[in-house]
Design a protein around this ligand. Structure first.
Ligand code: 2P0
Length: 317
């Protein structure tokens, strides 16, 4: 039996689209900040009577359970029956990156329970095959997920860009809706790839955003990171909006918060927004500005969380 506690990550430079669906290889590189406070805690024990998956206190059945068990099959083909117990201390599948911490925690707990020696990059490659964004939650701090060029995916894994204590940044999250998203990320990506005329522009223009965000992180230059993050976010949504049928996660409150961020910047508060596969808005700022940002967001939604840069996973026997 082993337990892993892992923080989710939010992409500053986005992953949206797959160059290989089976191996879950991305069409673009991406870069993330690991979040503090939010966490998934997953325990795995092998050698029980039958497979069992408990998520947030309830037995998982159907596709969610099958996805977890298939991931264990990938980690050890021909494995013994297993019991998996996983709990999130934040909303699941609501655009708050629960699949990133979920599959990273499952991977790390299973590797430990099976006593399989591994490097972080090897764990990241396995986590990637469960859910792409999980490739980045193997580390705390700031993490790049290399697109890679190899067909077998061995060069498509996370890389640690900077440790958790490199830069004291905050992410203020406005929860516009904590319900589960209408279109799942995988389905949304496949639809975008098949139908959006903007998709080719997306896959040919991400590298510059990523290079600028990485440099901005290393230099602790929030404006540089923020500009690249908003550009990457808007380009990703342009591909979604122009899919057929369109994918539109934004709600009126999401747009009102984007306007609020622009207004805060005009007032001299250096803050920048991003969104993912859901209506929630995440705002990046320095800790000294976080109370003013949170106050402004509370005019639009009830549920606002101020999070810092999260640490590395913790894995225990
Ligand atoms: C990201 N998202 O980079 C992007 C931005 C959502 C928007 O990664 O299909 O659950 O399991 O690999 O990782 C969400 O997608 O997708 C995601 P799969 P995943 O964080």
């Amino acid at each position: 039996m082993a337990t892993a506690t892992v923080h989710p990550n939010i992409a500053l430079i986005k992953y949206w689209g797959k160059r290989d669906r089976d191996l879950n290889l991305p069409s673009t590189g991406s870069l993330s900040m690991t979040l503090s406070h939010f966490a998934t805690k997953t325990s795995v024990v092998f050698g029980v009577d039958h497979d069992e998956v408990i998520i947030n206190g309830e037995e998982a059945l159907g596709r969610p359970a099958a996805r977890v068990l298939k991931h264990l099959d990938l980690i050890q083909p021909g494995r013994a029956p297993a019991k998996v117990v996983s709990t999130n201390n934040f909303p699941t599948a609501a655009g708050l990156a629960s699949s990133s911490s979920g599959f990273a925690a499952l991977t790390l707990a299973a590797l430990k329970a099976l006593n399989i020696d591994h490097t972080p990059a090897q764990a990241s490659i396995l986590a990637r095959q469960g859910s792409g964004s999980a490739a980045r939650s193997i580390w705390g701090g700031f993490v790049e997920w290399r697109r890679g060029v190899k067909e077998d995916g061995t060069d498509s894994h996370g890389l640690h860009v900077a440790p958790p204590d490199h830069w004291n940044l905050n992410m203020v999250i406005a929860v516009v809706d904590k319900g589960q998203k209408s279109v799942g990320s995988t389905e949304g990506m496949l639809r975008t790839m098949a139908t959006s005329p903007m998709y080719s522009a997306w896959v040919s223009s991400w590298q510059r955003d990523l290079d600028q965000a990485r440099q901005g992180i290393l230099d602790q230059d929030l404006t540089m990171v923020g500009r690249a993050m908003e550009a990457s976010t808007l380009k990703m949504f342009a591909t979604m909006f122009t899919s057929n049928p369109p994918i539109r996660y934004w709600r009126p409150a999401s747009v009102a918060i984007q306007d609020e961020v622009a207004k805060l910047r005009q007032d001299g508060i250096n803050c920048w927004w991003t969104m993912d596969a859901g209506p929630n808005v995440k705002v990046l700022c320095e800790p000294e500005d976080a109370p003013a940002v949170a106050d402004a967001l509370e005019h639009h939604v009830e549920d606002v969380h101020t999070l810092a840069v999260g640490g590395h996973p913790v894995v225990e026997d």
